[in-house]
Design a protein around this ligand. Sequence first.
Ligand SMILES: Nc1ncnc2c1ncn2[C@@H]1O[C@H](COP(=O)(O)OP(=O)(O)OP(=O)(O)O)[C@@H](O)[C@H]1O
Ligand SMILES: [Mg+2]
Length: 266
Amino acid sequence: MSLSKKFVEITDVGMKFDTPKGSFTALRDIDLTIQQGEFITLIGHSGCGKSTLLNLIAGLTQPTSGHLICAGREISGPGPDRGVVFQNHSLLPWLTCYGNIYLAVERVFADRESKAQLKARTEAALALVGLTHATHKRPHEISGGMKQRVGIARALAMEPRVLLMDEPFGALDALTRAHLQDELLGIVAKTQSTVVMVTHDVDEAVLLSDRIVMLTNGPAATIGDILSVDLPRPRERLALAEDPAYHHLRSGVLEFLYQKEKRPAA
Ligand SMILES: Nc1ncnc2c1ncn2[C@@H]1O[C@H](COP(=O)(O)OP(=O)(O)OP(=O)(O)O)[C@@H](O)[C@H]1O
Ligand SMILES: [Mg+2]
């Protein structure tokens, strides 16, 4: 990463929400610079502000203080340079897998490319996540893991410079999850995308990340610590299971979550 470039710059960001009980400070003093091609995971207890931070980078909400910059420009709204994968995959139920992806592709590329090119992009995205066979199926006809893959394909097909994912594998069984993690590692290696991903899963964070950003408990959550994961790539989950360096990193995150930042009382 010696030639790395600053890509997302988050400076002194705070986020307050107006609530019926008055102002609620969700995030304070967030400073984070993400390099191009870096894989960042955000981890922290439920309710600490992970989705809030991801939404700020997505431009879906505006911070109440501080600045967010992506590729040299202030983030002032959602944009095709930032593809979002939502936790609930949010596919349009009346469109097929193909249709869901085509719609996004059309939005980004229609002014520059022919229909044949848009079709080729859509088909390539489906192939990338292994869903060519489900091209003409609608969301209710496919499994949860497949829907999640359509959501990932849709975000990737927009060729975003930053891929933002909010617990994309959260609701999946362990096997599907492992399979999709491996797929994602392969895709990101191929596309060199910058990724910010929210997760609750410590093993997932260590397996995927270049850096793990650990948030303190809210209210007024901030970055408590950042752990650099210097395990070489490509990473093999079976080999890692025997790697002392992997276990050391894993305990680092666990220690943060369960000793330094105890789970807040419900
Ligand atoms: N629109 C809003 N209005 C008021 N409060 C909000 C709003 N959005 C989030 N919050 C509050 O901000 C805090 C952070 O919420 P956020 O959804 O970012 O947490 P999270 O870390 O993503 O949690 P989880 O792991 O459960 O998804 C919570 O206390 C939440 O209640
Ligand atoms: Mg969340």
